[in-house]
Design a protein around this ligand. Sequence first.
Ligand SMILES: [Zn+2]
Length: 388
Amino acid sequence: MVKIAYSERYIYKLPEGHRFPIAKYKRIVAKLLDDKIIGLQQIFDPGMAGKEVLLAHDIEYYNKVVQLALQADEIRTLGVPLHEASVNRALNSVAGTVRSSENAAKKAIIYGDTGFEINKEHHKSKEDRNLKVDLVLKAVQASKADPEMKADLESGLDPKLEAEPMMHSKQRAIPRPEEKMTSQKVNSGDFEGSTTGLGISIGGGYHHAFYDHGEGFCIFNDLAIAGRHLIDKGLAKRILIIDLDVHQGNGTASILNKDENIFTFSIHGSKNYPVKKQASDYDLDLPDGTGDKDYLYHLESALDSILKQFIPDHILYQGGVDVLQSDQLGRLGLTMMGCKKRDEIVFKTIGSLNIPSTLTLGGGYSKDIKVIVQAHVNTINTALEILG
Ligand SMILES: [Zn+2]
């Protein structure tokens, strides 16, 4: 039974007119239950992330966030208010992705047939981090909200950006360790009844959070944290992050820039936020209005190319649905069916690799919240049909 991380903490009241559709999370879960795609027993509250956050974030930034001490301009860049509820939400979301990926990896190790060997080596700096984090966590308990601090709510994601309107892909030329196929069984689509672990984190996908600052509605980068956490705990050796949100996973790319065991892959609108793109290991910038056919072709080609050089043992997927034509912040032109096919390609690829994976939902800003909810439900349903 696939477990789904979700919490009532994912929802707090944003000011009227805020662009972030925070109500979608509750509606997604309600629809999953109403449509009998999942049962109540599959949902779990992941609790709050603690020291894991420092695997991907600067302790000073973390301190400022949890003590509600960011400056007004930093909050403006963040694009969401900073108060106890928003910080709890961020920590809860991180925990959702961390716990989901952990569960998926453990399930694959116990029941799967991946030939995976547990790596018991931990980072040398881990003990240092733990000491610092304990101090931080004590400070959190004592922290108070500053009522004067308010975010500029319109500043999170700016759709009015200028960039080259042409499709191009680029790949960072970094040396990768020699990979052998012997540890993984790539069995070309034969994944019916797979016991491969699948984790679903409803609140995840905060790919714009950087090491030392947050932006674009993202406080902490759950993808980077979960990726490093899996490796830190010996639950994965080589992780592929597939980010198909319409906005580039700039924070993820930046944080993991030097991590040779985590491969970052992003397909995004070339003219979409962020203006200044970071270098993922593989970036694909698409022009405005790119439709289903071109998008799916480029996705398949890129995955093909990546998997020829990097064989992951865990995939973290950011499946933002702001690729839809109806999206108010996105500039691509996928239909609902195209978006579903995109997810099918990703999950079938994961199935053919027979490795654990974790789904995070990412962005979605269509005017009609029902469209956003339906698209996210489609993604989860597709994951469960193929990998569940
Ligand atoms: Zn997005």
